[in-house]
Write a protein of this length. Structure first.
Length: 386
């Protein structure tokens, strides 16, 4: 298999890493390996290390090679969902009595996993605004944390955190710095190069890119932590199935092109909304008025496809969310089609009433790759009725 890590450009790695042609038939697209078990050449004589589908599968290996190459990491592991990846990492790295310092607008399911599943096993969680490094430093001085966990841009308010600065603080405090890179994707941001220890993905979103496969991944450099997380993947078993891994691999090949179009369309949508009288505030790091604009420009190569907007009140936000036609009202994000979300009652219902609650007047748009004039016309018409 050609080793493309580092040597080639990002777009070349996206197409070729882990994708060498099938040596038996010459098939340019590597086959999907459904077999759950592997014939041994004598007891223990494994070919290429494959033994049983939970411990390893060539289609999953292909995806993992691709993910490691894209994030510039030594190792990647792929899972049945983003939360399965998070769970494996958290259980590999934490023990009872440890604490996680969590950004205050991370994905609601991440908070729920730590607070409600790991909490009863003795893991603590504290929440802080990660875009305020002084607040992070104060929180770490007050009490150590084993993990510092950030999403940047964050969901759904698109806050931007200085990954380099956070990595410095985390390292000084002896904490692992984990970046959920789902929103930016490796096409726009490389947290490991900025000093983070682990990158987490919900590959369900931009990496898969077509809203047709649920998956998750970890990418990291540390050999010992990789072995622990890999053991967790094997011993607990939340692996990606072969067809899921293959679909994700196929999606990733067009990641760079898609992210470019998502970013262009989102910029146009954000500018349109910012100029609309019924919109009170637009959250998009590509707008110069966004407080994290300069920082985003310095650590990302594009601003991504998610735009959030505040209307005057909850009723207006709900009416807007229910009135678009091209933007379909649905959870999730990152697919080629545009989606509309009302976080308070949809994606972020699990954090209602907590420190992570999303303002009731906010809607979140996942801007797709359709013709941007059609997207803007759809939003304009929907706003007329608000
Ligand atoms: C969706 C999402 C997750 C969870 O991933 P699943 O694949 O749904 O388990 C984690 N983080 C972010 C930022 C997400 O958007």
């Amino acid at each position: 298999m050609t080793d493309l890590s580092g040597a080639c450009g990002f777009d070349t790695r996206a197409v070729h890493a882990g994708q060498a042609f099938d040596p038996t038939t010459g098939a340019v697209i590597p086959p999907v390996h459904f077999s759950t078990t592997y014939a041994q050449d004598g007891i223990g004589g494994l070919r290429e290390g494959y033994e049983y589908g939970r411990s390893g599968n060539p289609t999953r290996t292909a995806l993992e090679s691709q993910l490691a190459a894209l994030e510039g990491g030594a190792h990647a592991l792929s899972f049945a969902s983003g939360l399965a990846a998070e769970d494996a990492l958290l259980r590999a790295a934490l023990k009872p009595g440890d604490e996680v310092l969590l950004g205050n607008d991370v994905y609601g399911g991440t908070y729920r996993l730590i607070a409600r599943i790991l909490g009863p096993w003795g893991v603590g969680v504290r929440v802080v605004d990660m875009s305020d490094l002084a607040a992070v430093e104060a929180a770490l001085e007050e009490r150590p944390a084993r993990i510092v966990w950030v999403e940047t841009p964050s969901n759904p308010l698109l806050r931007i955190t200085d990954i380099r600065g956070l990595a410095r603080l985390g390292r000084a405090a002896g904490a692992l710095v984990v970046v959920d890179n789902t929103f930016a994707s490796p096409a726009l941001q490389h947290p490991l190069a900025l000093g983070a220890d682990v990158v987490v993905h919900s590959t369900t979103k931009y990496l898969g890119g077509h809203s047709d496969v649920v998956g998750g991944a970890l990418v990291l450099n540390d050999d010992a932590l990789y072995e622990q997380a890999k053991f967790m993947q094997f011993a607990v078993g939340a692996v990606s199935g072969p067809l899921d891994a293959w679909l994700t691999t196929r999606g990733i090949k067009t990641l760079a092109l898609r992210m470019q179009r998502h970013s262009e369309n989102a910029q146009a949508v954000a500018e349109f909304l910012a100029g609309h009288p019924k919109i009170v505030r637009v959250y998009y790091p590509g707008l110069p008025s966004h407080p994290g604009h300069e920082l985003a420009a310095s650590q990302m190569s594009g601003f991504g496809g998610i735009v959030s907007a505040a209307l005057t009140d909850a009723a207006s936000a709900r009416r807007f969310a229910e009135s678009t036609r091209l933007f379909q009202l649905a959870e999730s994000l990152g697919g080629v089609e545009s989606l509309m979300n009302y976080p308070d009652e949809m994606t972020h219902a699990s954090v209602r009433g907590t420190e992570l609650a999303v303002p009731e007047e906010v809607v979140r748009l996942s801007v797709g790759i359709e013709s941007v004039a059609d997207l803007i016309a759809d939003l304009d018409e929907a706003l007329d009725g608000v």
